[in-house]
Design a protein around this ligand. Structure first.
Ligand code: HEC
Length: 109
């Protein structure tokens, strides 16, 4: 009985940690980044870009943190990957905008 309870706590802790690390590497949109994106593009909603990134790009591998790559790297990588993901052009634009906005070298992270 005692052991079982411990295992349960351990599982909850592990789940919490997994959720936490996921949330911190795939950031939710915020006002500062949205304002930055508004200067580069029209009608880009970063919250939608994030959502589309999660749904279209997690089928073959886990999601890569946007901050792992520079803007230039994302432009190249995205070109290859959007073809693999068979994304509609409008959705591709949102996802790429999201990745570029949260990339390592845009000066906001
Ligand atoms: C059909 C499967 C598939 C889908 C869907 C897919 N990928 Fe990939 N991805 C791969 C494979 C396979 C690799 C590793 C080999 C390679 O680089 O081609 C990879 C590698 C990557 C890498 C690492 C490349 C590097 O050199 O470090 C990134 C970043 C990436 N994918 C982003 C994305 C994004 C963004 C999307 C959504 C638009 C996506 N992937 C959708 C199959 C996929």
């Amino acid at each position: 009985m005692y052991m079982k309870k411990n295992l349960k706590y351990y599982l909850f802790a592990a789940l919490g940690l997994a959720l936490y690390s996921c949330a911190s590497t795939i950031p939710y949109s915020d006002a500062a980044h949205q304002a930055w994106a508004d200067k580069q593009w029209h009608n880009i909603r970063l919250d939608q870009g994030r959502q589309l990134y999660a749904t279209n790009c997690s089928g073959c591998h886990s999601l890569h943190a946007p901050a792992k790559h520079t803007q230039e790297e994302w432009l190249k990588l995205f070109d290859e990957m959007a073809g693999k993901a068979h994304m509609a052009p409008a959705d591709s634009v949102s996802v790429l905008a999201y990745l570029v906005t949260y990339s390592r070298d845009n000066g906001l992270n």
